[in-house]
Design a protein around this ligand. Structure first.
Ligand code: FES
Length: 137
């Protein structure tokens, strides 16, 4: 298995066996958002380490297509160890690299949903944003 086949398998695997699916017992912050194209919604829980800056644990829940669910699952594995600043510096290319397949313009909102929810959650937690829900408009 080479190239994009491997990535496709990886996406299906994360979709079928999502990592860190559910909720954290004691999240430092939690945030929800939706893809307005389909109405699918994801909630991200984030727990910070004692330094108040390093992400220790992430869990997610919600509905969505394989791309959105796999992106959330992969992110939940990659975010622990990163700082909130590093999370905030991530952009859509980081998610697209992580997924490793070509994503059509229609599905970009699916791909970046979890990342945007986590980033907005962090900015709300830091008092830099005031928002009830995220939308990947
Ligand atoms: Fe709803 Fe992808 S179709 S998140």
């Amino acid at each position: 298995m080479v190239g994009s086949d491997m990535y496709r398998q990886q996406i299906l695997d994360h979709y079928r066996n999502p990592r860190n699916h559910g909720e954290l017992e004691d999240p430092t912050f939690s945030h929800v958002g939706e893809n307005p194209m389909c109405g699918d919604e994801i909630t991200m829980d984030v727990e910070l380490a004692e330094d108040g800056e390093t992400i220790e644990r992430v869990a997610f829940r919600g509905e969505g297509c394989a791309i959105s669910q796999a992106a959330a699952s992969m992110l939940s594995e990659r975010l622990p160890g990163k700082t909130l600043s590093e999370l905030r510096e991530m952009d859509r290319d980081d998610v697209l690299d992580m997924l490793g397949v070509d994503i059509s313009p229609m599905r970009i909102k699916c791909a970046v949903l979890a990342e945007k929810v986590a980033q907005d959650g962090a900015e709300i937690y830091l008092g830099e944003k005031d928002l009830d829900r995220t939308s990947t408009e």
